[in-house]
Write a protein that binds this ligand. Sequence first.
Ligand SMILES: [Zn+2]
Length: 404
Amino acid sequence: MRKIDLTNFQVARSETARDINRRIVLNLIRGHQPISRADLARHSGLQRSTVSVIAEQLIEERWVREGANGDTLRGRRPRFLHLNKGRVGIIGINIRPATTTVALADLDANFVAQESLPTASDPKQFIDELGPRLRNLIKMRPEITCEGIGVSLPGRVDLASQRLVFAPNLGWSDFDLKAALEGATGLPVELENAANSCALAEFWFGSQASGVSNLVAITVSEGIGVGLILNHQLVQGSTGMAGEFGHTAIVPDGLKCRCGNRGCWELYASNSAAVRYYSQSTSPVRTGKNGVRRAGMVPTFDDLLRLTEQGDPKAEGAIREMADYLGRGIAVLVTGLAPDVIVVIGEITRAWDRIGSVIAEAVNRHSFTRAGTRVVPADPSSQPRLRGTIALVLQKHFGAPSVA
Ligand SMILES: [Zn+2]
């Protein structure tokens, strides 16, 4: 149960119950489509007449459409309801340090168009390059009404000011990306940290989300990000900075981190850590092997994954060491939060058949309780960073209303 926040509440008005029921019906249609009015009444417990009124309203507003009449055994033909996929478009922008992906998605979060561009190091130049592409994307499908833009960022957005306040990998400091994008497109813009976007994507659209109330997403790349959904809600913390588990100390007096602390989790369990383990295990100068590594060159994490697949024991050792540290950190999350599921996102999931058991062993060894948490890899083809941006916009219409 949530305590009433007396600094930020909404009293129940006469339309409140209608709004709640409408959102429940809209979500039931989303989850069970195609669905008849009778089944909607059964699933919701609402009167059939109430369901009909809400359905008519949703059809009128073009959120829902009727179609695909089904035959029943008794010959009656219920009119099935679907989300009107083509009505609403959402633009998703996934900004990463090297590349930015832009996509147009329908109401079912399917991408109907997608393109990429290099991420400019100057944010103003970035907006100049991105603006025309966004306007083209909107113009390309005139039948779709764009509801808004969601943005996933490798950084942190201040909750109050909505400004980008911390994005060391982008090198953009204190930039008002929201205002710049809204100015370039005329659409409302929602910004979110990449790990939080992934958590939203997995929670709203993921294959592991069914029946789940508490989900943790861990993004593993050059660093480690954690997005937390507890009791169906994204945890943001007082300023929007919650989830920085990558910068919690896991090795006492360990390596110095760019955040100022020592022994941070991401120094031991990120892609960069695996590359370091590999470099330490091989002599500093060595002639190329399998065409991947030339003398004195540092391999990329992709190289390591390829070497592992080719049976290179040192590459596999490096990846297993990274996985062991990943498991130790995951054990902290399992013990501390006991979520239903932890989803791991990143290139490392390609080696899951090799490292899944290493992670599981480390979690078992280091977690205090048997929380029953499932630790699973994300499906990379689902593009969680990008898909989460769609959830950011959609949750305004499909999320629980805030009352009291
Ligand atoms: Zn750190």
